[in-house]
Each structure stands twice: as structure tokens, then as C-alpha cells.
Design a protein around this ligand. Sequence first.
Ligand SMILES: NC(=O)c1ccc[n+]([C@@H]2O[C@H](COP(=O)([O-])OP(=O)(O)OC[C@H]3O[C@@H](n4cnc5c(N)ncnc54)[C@H](OP(=O)(O)O)[C@@H]3O)[C@@H](O)[C@H]2O)c1
Length: 255
Amino acid sequence: MTKTAFSLNGKLIMVTGASSGIGRQCAVTCSRAGARVVLLGRDQARLKDTLNKMEDQDKHVIYSVDLIQYDRVAEIIKDLVAHKGRIYGLINCAGISTTLPLNAISPQKMEEFFRTNVIGAINLTKHAVKSAHFSETGGSVVFISSVMGVAGENGKTLYSMTKGALIAAVRSMAVELAPRKVRVNTVSPGVVESPMSRSAVYSKDEESLNRIRSLHPLGLGKPEDVANACLFLLSDEARWITGTNLVVDGGYLAR
Ligand SMILES: NC(=O)c1ccc[n+]([C@@H]2O[C@H](COP(=O)([O-])OP(=O)(O)OC[C@H]3O[C@@H](n4cnc5c(N)ncnc54)[C@H](OP(=O)(O)O)[C@@H]3O)[C@@H](O)[C@H]2O)c1
């Protein structure tokens, strides 16, 4: 096992969006910290690619699922607990992003984004944290939000409304689940180098990308920067932290 600052030794940790970018790195980082990881995403082949990068590959399990198939998600949780035992932690990383001016946003688009970025994640969390499924001594749930959940940019209404919703929902979940010592937090990254940011409009030409870089005093982030924050929030060292939004943005919001 590679040494990490924080330990998740033997703990069962679910990671959504594990087939790409930040979620992939979260799965790898959790495996290095000794966790048994449950990898969730739609693309089975890319989930397997993630597994190939992880430590102790036979300890982990893959479920290929679209998180907006809400009933299937409930079945997966039951199956998981029956075969692997109780869940200790969850990183809700799956998400979609776009840049669209307000007049191009339709109710259908709003529903699509809300379904994936908010309802899918909260539905999964609801099933995962049930008393019958979750660790009886407590645990930790992390939602990946974004600096766009608290700040504005041109064309980000659709994305921001979903990421802000997570930050708001987490506070109430944290209060509700605190009696069971289940902690719930968001992590809000600035722009991180990943397939998502590489396909964004600002990556299409060097001038736009330089403008985005200049908004991050420490430069753009790497998936590891976000995964390390998640590892901390999952670990016992964060045992008194709940209902908060941990900003991991290379100084974007400090400006
Ligand atoms: N990259 C950034 O700059 C940045 C900044 C702030 C916040 N974030 C947030 O960080 C998270 C991860 O972003 P990323 O950069 O790693 O993006 P990414 O490389 O595009 O990965 C997105 C992941 O979400 C999964 N996903 C999307 N819709 C899904 C669905 N309906 N059901 C199941 N899985 C689904 C994808 O699975 P499949 O590929 O298998 O379909 C993929 O694994 C997102 O929530 C994003 O909003 C990213």
C-alpha cells in the first residue's frame, strides 16, 4: 500500500464518476489509503481502466450505472451491502457541465442538468446512508460542487444552479445525519485539468485558456488536488467537520 497522510484502511468507500477525471483520481487515492472502493459510472471499459490504476485490485468492485436510473441505484446499494458489507463513505463526483447563455437555456436542459448533478447524487446518498446500509459508527459523505456554486461567470447559470443546490442541501443533510455521526460536506474546485475542462469552450483556444488560468493565482488544479481534499474529509481526522464547503481552487475565490 502506498503511504498517504490519511487512512481509510478496510473501509468501504463509494465513488461516482469513477470512470473519468476527478472521480477516477478519487478512486485511486482511496485505494492508496487502504479503502475497499466501489466504482460507479456509466462506461464499463473506462471504469476498468480506473481499476487497473488502483492498488489491491481484487478488493474493489465496479457497478456500471446511469445515476438517473433511480430504482436501479437503490438495487445496487442493496446488492453492494449484501456482498461487501456496510458503506463507510461516499464521494459524489459524477456530473456534467456546460457554458450556455441564459437565452439558450430551456426547461428541458434545466431538468437534465438538475437530474444528473443534483437528484442523481442525492438519491444515491439517501439509499447509501440508510441505517441498514451505512456504518453504525458513522462515516462521511462528500459532494463535489464547484466554485460556480458560489460565484458567477458568463454562461454558467445552468451549471451554477446545480452546484449551488448541492452546497445548500449538504447543510441540511449534515444536521439531519449528525446524530448518527454521518458527516456531509461539499468540496468546491476551481478549474481542474480533466476531460470535462478540456472539452469546455475556454479550452478551445489558447487566449481563452490563458484567461481562465489567470483567474487561478496558483494555476489550474489537478485531479489529485481535489482527491486529497476528499480523502481528508473521509478520514477520521475530519471527524468534527460537517455541513461545510471546502474550497479547493488555487485562489480563484480569493481574488
Ligand atoms: N474539471 C473541473 O474543472 C471541475 C471544476 C469544478 C467541479 N467539477 C466537478 O467535478 C466532478 C467531476 O468532474 P470531471 O472534471 O472529473 O469530469 P469528467 O472527466 O467529465 O467526468 C465526469 C464523470 O461523471 C460521470 N457521469 C456523468 N453523468 C453520469 C450519470 N448520469 N450517471 C453516472 N455517471 C455519470 C461520468 O461517467 P461516464 O463517463 O462513465 O459516463 C464521468 O465519470 C463533476 O461533478 C464536476 O462538475 C469539475
